[in-house]
Design a protein around this ligand. Structure first.
Ligand code: PMV
Length: 408
C-alpha cells in the first residue's frame, strides 16, 4: 500500500467519521471485528436522479459541492456488489493472483478481475487505514442498467461498494443505526459526490437532500431523507428514454472542474438556496406542479452552465431536444403531472404521478415512432434504498428492471 498512497493522499475526514474509524480500529484490535480469507460482504444500492443538481466542487476540498442538491431515489436501477477478502496471512493456494494490499474489481459477471482504479483503490485504503496492508479485496459488481450514459452508475456503484464493506465488517451489529447511516453516507460521498444520495437505507428515502452545512468544524455536508406529508413517494413513477447509451466523452469529474469557468455558474448557485427551500416544501406538501417548475428550470440551467464554460460540454443530442420539446408541449396543453430532467447525458428521465401514467404511455408510443424503433425505455418496480446483506441482495436481484415497458 505504502508505494501507492501516502497518508497525505487520504481525504481529510470530519470529526464524527474520524471517531467512528477509531472505534473500528479498536474493534479490530480487540478481535470484535475479524476478517478471514474468503469472507464476503454484500449490498445493493439504487441509483438516483437529481431534481436540483450538484455541479461544481469547493476548490481544495474533497467532494464538498458548491451547492446543495435533492434527488429522487431510483429503486429499480441498482448496483449489486459483493466483496471477498483475500488475506495476506492465509495459505498461498487460497489466494488469487493479485498482490496483497491491492484490490481487484470485476464489473461484469464472469469478467476477469482487473486492478481497481485509483479512485476505488484510494477510497478503500482510506476506509481500511493500515489494515489495507494486510488485505486485498476482490469486488464483483454489476448494474442492472446501462452504465456511462448519464444514469449515475457511479452513484449506485460507490454506495453499493461502501455498503458491501459495511456488511463485510458487520457494522449493523457494531454501530448504532444513526452512526452506520452517517458512516455509509460519508464514505459514499468520498467515493463520488452523488453516491451519498444513494446511501440511505430503508423505506422513506425516496427523496434525499444532500446539503452543505456549516458547523463548528467548518463546512461539511449532511445527507438526509426528505419527508412527504402528502405521501408523494407512493404516487411517483419514473422511466428513462434512452436516446443514446454510448459512453459519454467527458466525465462528470471534468464537468465539475469546468463549472466555475462559466459566467452562468455564479448566477445559478446564487439562486439555489431559495430553490432548495422551495423544493423541500413542495415535496413535503405533495405540490408536484412546483416540483415540475423547479426541476425543469434547474436542468436547463445545469446544461446552460455546461455549454458556456471554458470548454463547451454538450451532452444534449438532437433527438433529446426534439423529444423534450414535444413532451413539454403535450404536457402543458393537458396540464399533466409529469416532468423531464437530464443528468450529464442525453437520456431523458421522466418523473410522473400515477394520474399521468396514460399520458406518459401515449407520449412514449409517439417517441418510439418518432425515433423509428431506436428508442429504449427503462423503467421498473420500486425496491428500497441501500440494502445490506446476502438475503436482501438475493431478494432484490430477482426484481429485474423492466426494459421497454412502463408499468408493473
Ligand atoms: O457524483 P458525480 O461526480 O457523478 O456528479 C453528478 C452530477 C450530476 O449527475 C450531473 C448531477 C447530480 O446531482 O447528480
Amino acid at each position: 500500500m505504502s508505494e501507492l498512497f501516502k497518508m497525505t493522499d487520504y481525504p481529510v475526514l470530519p470529526g464524527r467519521l474520524r471517531l467512528l474509524q477509531s472505534q473500528l480500529r479498536e474493534m479490530r484490535f480487540d478481535g470484535r471485528i475479524l476478517l478471514q480469507n474468503g469472507d464476503r460482504g454484500y449490498a445493493t444500492a439504487p441509483s438516483n436522479i437529481a431534481l436540483i443538481k450538484y455541479w461544481g466542487k469547493e476548490p481544495g476540498r474533497e467532494q464538498i459541492p458548491v451547492n446543495s442538491s435533492v434527488s429522487l431515489t431510483l429503486g429499480a436501477f441498482r448496483s449489486f456488489t459483493e466483496v471477498i477478502v483475500r488475506g495476506r496471512f492465509f495459505p498461498e493456494h487460497e489466494r488469487t493472483t493479485a498482490p496483497e494490499g491491492r484490490h481487484e474489481i470485476s464489473f461484469v459477471d464472469g469478467q476477469a478481475a482487473i486492478p481497481a482504479d485509483t479512485k476505488v483503490d484510494r477510497l478503500l485504503h482510506a476506509m481500511f487505514g493500515d489494515w489495507a496492508e494486510e488485505i486485498g479485496l476482490t469486488i464483483l459488481s454489476r448494474n442492472n442498467f446501462p452504465t456511462a450514459c448519464g444514469m449515475a452508475s457511479s452513484a449506485s456503484g460507490m454506495a453499493a461498494l461502501v455498503g458491501a464493506i459495511a456488511d463485510l465488517l458487520q457494522l449493523e451489529k457494531h454501530f448504532t443505526h444513526a452512526d452506520l447511516s452517517y458512516w455509509l453516507a460519508e464514505w459514499s460521498r468520498f467515493g463520488s459526490g452523488s453516491a451519498t444520495r444513494s446511501a440511505l437505507r430503508g423505506p422513506g428515502c425516496s427523496f434525499v437532500a444532500w446539503e452543505r452545512e456549516e458547523n463548528e468544524e467548518g463546512l461539511w455536508t449532511r445527507t438526509s431523507a426528505l419527508e412527504s406529508e402528502a405521501g408523494l413517494a407512493r404516487k411517483i413513477h419514473h422511466c428513462v428514454l434512452v436516446v443514446d447509451d454510448s459512453p459519454k466523452d467527458i466525465p462528470s469529474s471534468r464537468g465539475h472542474q469546468l463549472a466555475a469557468s462559466s459566467p452562468l455558474q455564479a448566477i445559478r448557485v446564487a439562486g439555489l438556496a431559495r430553490k432548495m427551500d422551495n423544493i423541500k416544501k413542495a415535496i413535503f406538501d405533495g405540490d408536484f406542479a412546483t416540483i415540475i417548475d423547479l426541476a425543469e428550470d434547474d436542468a436547463f440551467s445545469l446544461h446552460a452552465v455546461m455549454l458556456s464554460g471554458k470548454e463547451r460540454i454538450n451532452y444534449i443530442k438532437p433527438a433529446t431536444e426534439v423529444l423534450i420539446a414535444e413532451f413539454v408541449k403535450r404536457r402543458n396543453e393537458l396540464g399533466e403531472m409529469a416532468l423531464w430532467t437530464l443528468d450529464a447525458g442525453p437520456n431523458i428521465h421522466i418523473v410522473y404521478l400515477s394520474e399521468s401514467a396514460q399520458f406518459v404511455e401515449n407520449f412514449v408510443d409517439w417517441a418510439r415512432q418518432h425515433q423509428k424503433g431506436k428508442l429504449r425505455i427503462l423503467g421498473g418496480r420500486y425496491a428500497p434504498g441501500l440494502a445490506l446483506g446476502l438475503e436482501n441482495f438475493t431478494q432484490i436481484q430477482r426484481r429485474e428492471l423492466i426494459v421497454d415497458g412502463l408499468h408493473e
